[in-house]
Write a protein that binds this ligand. Structure first.
Ligand code: AMP
Ligand code: MG
Length: 348
């Protein structure tokens, strides 16, 4: 299959009649899959009402079939087609954070959604992305679109069209290239089927932001302590992993350098993930900055790109600085620890 790449560079003038958007929407309606930018990461979309279409997502990504997909919509009216029993706090979250990087897990209604989307669960994750291309495409396609991140399963999520092309070229019908995504980590997933909303995956909307709107917000135990099965099926899989193993080191620059030196002495070529503030402090085979520690949004935006850049470098091991868990730091650390398979060295 030849993968078409459509470049959309005049975002301010975007309309649904833009020929590339119309063509991609047609392909979605024909039950084929296309990748498109959202404000979080690039998504790989398919008609959520069609088994045939959704199956192609799992095939292209090599994604385990028990990991449900998030359904993307362009207008709130579409919710009525496939969810029911929306609690009041969920309405508040929608009012405040849609369009945006927040996925609500709600009670599924009827049987229009493909069972492959929900992996057989009676709930469904839904969000409205805050990106002009995604919204125009969804509106034009006029069906809810199931879309996981547009990477091969297990690899870091794509934040640029070139990442999607690298992973999925020849396996999908097309990619809409809308430049780099903004947020850089995926949406927050929040279970809205419980009395108190529960974060299943930290992401672009923070716990603190939601608490300011709806009061108490809890966090799935599996995110807090090891040994609990996650309520979000996807959270149990290895994810975001570059080719070289990653170790997160939590400590002073001096301590981090000691670890680097130790590994290099053993003959390992070490790559380092650091920040603008510290990039000149480390000596290693390759040092890459993923943003400013003083502004963690910049780290979220670049983290996956830096993880992917290390696949082009000759390193045996990647050591990453650790980040504070507050705000978007919760999502950054969640992804980094997954990339590291929970390998952490802490300075005593
Ligand atoms: P991705 O599409 O790769 O960003 O991953 C979507 C995430 O949302 C995965 O962690 C899924 O397990 C989770 N998710 C999607 N639908 C549900 C649902 N109905 N219940 C719980 N988690 C869900
Ligand atoms: Mg993903």
């Amino acid at each position: 299959m030849k993968t078409i790449v459509w470049t959309v560079d005049d975002l301010p003038n975007l309309s649904t009649s833009y020929p590339h958007i119309a063509q991609a929407a047609n392909i979605l309606r024909e039950n084929e899959v296309v990748a498109f930018p959202t404000e979080t990461v690039y998504g790989l979309g398919a008609n959520a009402f069609s088994d045939e279409a959704v199956r192609k997502i799992f095939e292209a990504k090599g994604r385990p079939s028990d990991n449900p997909l998030i359904v993307h919509i362009a207008s709130q009216d579409q919710l009525d087609e496939f969810v029911e029993d929306i609690p009041e706090y969920a309405e508040e979250l929608i009012k405040n954070f849609w369009p945006g990087p927040l996925t609500l897990v709600l009670q599924k209604k009827g049987d229009r959604l493909s069972d492959l989307v929900t992996a057989g669960l009676d709930t469904v994750g839904v969000r409205m992305p805050d990106h002009p291309i995604a919204l125009a495409l969804l509106k034009e396609a006029n069906v809810p679109v199931a879309a996981p991140s547009a990477n091969r399963s297990g690899k870091p999520s794509p934040t640029q069209a070139s990442h999607v092309y690298y992973d999925l070229q020849g396996r999908i019908s097309g990619i809409i290239d809308g430049g780099a995504t903004g947020v850089g980590v995926e949406s927050t997933v929040i279970d809205c089927t419980t009395k108190i909303p529960t974060i299943l995956r930290p992401g672009g909307v923070t716990k603190e932001q939601m608490e300011a709107i709806v009061g108490e917000v809890s966090v799935d135990q599996a995110l807090v302590e090891e040994g609990h099965a996650p309520k979000s099926p996807g959270m149990k899989y290895t994810h975001y992993a570059p080719n070289a193993p990653v170790i997160v080191v939590d400590g002073s620059h001096h301590f981090i350098q000691q670890q680097i030196d130790q590994f290099e002495k053993e003959g390992k070529k070490v790559g380092v993930i650091t920040t603008e503030e510290a990039k000149n402090d480390f000596r290693a085979t390759k040092v890459l900055s993923c943003g400013n520690r003083a502004n963690l949004q910049t780290v979220a935006a670049q983290l996956y790109d830096v993880l992917r850049q290390f696949d082009q470098e000759d390193v045996d091991l990647i050591i990453s600085e650790s980040f504070p868990q507050a705000g978007v730091g919760a999502a950054i650390m969640n992804r980094l620890l997954k990339a590291a398979g929970n390998q952490v060295i802490v300075e005593k």
